[in-house]
Design a protein around this ligand. Structure first.
Ligand code: NAD
Ligand code: MG
Length: 479
């Protein structure tokens, strides 16, 4: 029990108008899908929010044709500065309607309103602003004197940051002159459909952005459509592999942003309180549904007990519950399936001999919930040290020397991100240099910015999103 009790501070949901059903957004208009519609629920209450269309192969084909027409006739030939104006307009509309997006994201995904309001939506707008600025400066991006768009991009995204992942995909594609067919995840389609309204409001020419909802089959239709020039996927390594196989031998360009099992390395000279905040942010942000989550904590042996004790004290103050409450730190797990995966892997942890700790307190009766969890006595061979849990579950291991820290951190099939905590700048530079991870944070964690390229090594995928580097995934400079 904490010494302070907070009164409930619920955000109102009256700002969003959720329709009972949604169609597909193709060629600038909403239209029925020909597949069987599916329901999307609020994972915090299991309440059905809406019924959403499923795009069939024929629907996806219509969307790709619309995107091709828009590319050939309007968006491709358009003056780059004019494309930039549309992107600026979209960015401003996202800001104007930020509260609506934040509430809708939290209802559909289960993440705390504090995060959707302060992270997801502002960062999504920032991605559009950033890429709007690039639209008429591409010849200065270091990618050749006259880089050209690829054509139609087929994009498939996951449920952990629904609007933000849309922004990561759509903004660079449009800024570089491509058109888009995007498939959101089946548990979180609503903010993508609200984004479709933004495209209408911005007078974006029809067909430049098409949103086709549905599950894996619809995604498969998008990525395997013969008239798609570029495939961009974020999601599980397993599906990423299937996509790589489907795209192999075609002319399609491919970027994959897959899972991770990031090491967060705490040296004995690190300021412990700050490191603890960073550990919490690393693994409990967004319920741990984060590909770059700091899920493997590597602590120098001499400070292990202090760090774990501080961490447990801090976790005891985290508020788990109603995502719409502005004081909530951890919201709901996104789906029953994901909850089952988290339970499976944590059960393994106990079977394999690690020590499981969870704070006191009750979870809500309805909805999908999992307590913030810390495993100690973890060995690098344990599944909880190797497999991505994609939930609020931290595995703690120790090291004695910097070399051992690096060796343990790199002992992973993944290589998306890592963190280093130390007072010593020279040590940070030396260690970060040796870490085989796409992003390395020093004395912070899970800091994202549109100007900074993001992406992985090994089974975390290939290609970069964001920054100047991210533009190259959507441009042809070979001629
Ligand atoms: P997933 O990879 O199955 O789904 C991601 C997206 O791909 C969804 O839109 C889905 O409909 C689509 N999809 C599924 N099968 C497809 C196919 N054959 N072809 C094209 N598209 C397809 O992810 P999931 O099942 O929702 O989550 C499973 C695991 O994936 C999680 O436990 C986590 O480890 C990982 N994951 C990683 C990220 C990330 O950001 N890297 C995001 C979500 C999930
Ligand atoms: Mg949902």
């Amino acid at each position: 029990m904490s010494i302070f009790e907070y009164a409930p501070a619920p955000e109102s949901r009256s700002i969003v108008d959720i329709r009972p059903s949604y169609g597909l957004f193709v060629d600038g208009e909403f239209a029925d899908g020909t597949g069987t519609p599916f329901k999307t629920v609020n994972p915090a209450t299991e309440e059905v929010l809406s019924e959403v269309a499923t795009g069939s192969d024929a629907d996806v084909d219509r969307a790709v044709r619309a995107a091709r027409r828009a590319f050939t006739r309007v968006w491709g030939p358009m003056r780059p500065a004019d494309r930039g104006k549309y992107l600026f307009r979209i960015a401003r509309l996202l800001q104007e309607r930020a509260r609506e997006f934040a509430v809708l994201e939290t209802l559909d995904n289960g993440k705390p309103i504090r995060e959707s309001r302060d992270v997801d939506v502002p960062l999504a707008a920032a991605h559009f602003f950033y890429h709007a600025g690039w639209a008429d400066k591409l010849e200065h991006a270091g990618l050749g004197p006259a880089p050209r768009p690829l054509g139609v991009a087929g994009q498939v995204i996951p449920w952990n940051f629904p609007l933000l992942m849309l922004a990561w995909k759509v903004a660079p594609a449009l800024a570089t002159g491509n058109t888009v067919v995007l498939k959101p995840a089946e548990t979180t389609p609503l903010t993508a459909l609200l984004f479709a309204e933004i495209c209408q409001q911005a007078d974006l020419p029809p067909g430049v952005v098409n949103i086709v909802t549905g599950a894996g089959e619809t995604g498969r239709a998008v990525i395997s459509h013969p008239d798609v020039d570029k495939v961009a996927f974020t999601g599980s390594t397993e599906v990423g592999r299937a996509i790589a196989r489907a795209v192999a031998g075609t002319e399609k360009r491919l970027t994959l942003e897959l899972g991770g099992k990031a090491a967060n390395i705490v040296f004995d000279d690190a300021p412990i309180d700050e490191a603890v905040e960073g550990i919490v942010r690393g693994i409990f942000f967004n319920q741990g549904h984060v590909c770059c989550a700091g899920s493997r904590l590597l602590v120098q042996e001499s400070v292990h007990d202090d760090v774990v004790a501080s961490l447990q004290r801090r976790i005891g103050t985290l508020r788990v519950g109603d995502p719409m409450d502005k004081n909530t730190d951890l919201g709901a797990i996104n789906s029953a399936e994901q909850l089952a995966r988290i339970r499976d892997l944590t059960a393994y942890g106990e079977t394999e001999g690690a020590t499981c700790w969870q704070p006191e307190g009750d979870l809500p009766d309805r909805g999908f919930w999992f307590k913030p969890t810390v495993f100690t006595d973890v060995s690098p061979a344990h599944r909880i040290a190797r497999d991505e849990v994609f939930g609020p579950v931290l595995s703690v291991m120790t090291f004695r020397t910097p070399d051992e820290a690096v060796a343990k951190a790199n002992n992973s099939t993944y290589g998306l991100s890592a963190g280093v905590w130390s007072e010593k700048g020279s040590r940070i530079l030396k260690i970060t240099d040796q870490l085989r991870a796409g992003v390395v944070w020093a004395n912070t964690f899970n800091e994202l910015d549109p100007t900074s390229p993001f992406g992985g090594y090994k089974q975390s995928g290939y290609g970069r999103e964001g920054g100047r580097q991210g533009l190259s995934a959507y441009l042809r400079s070979d001629f």
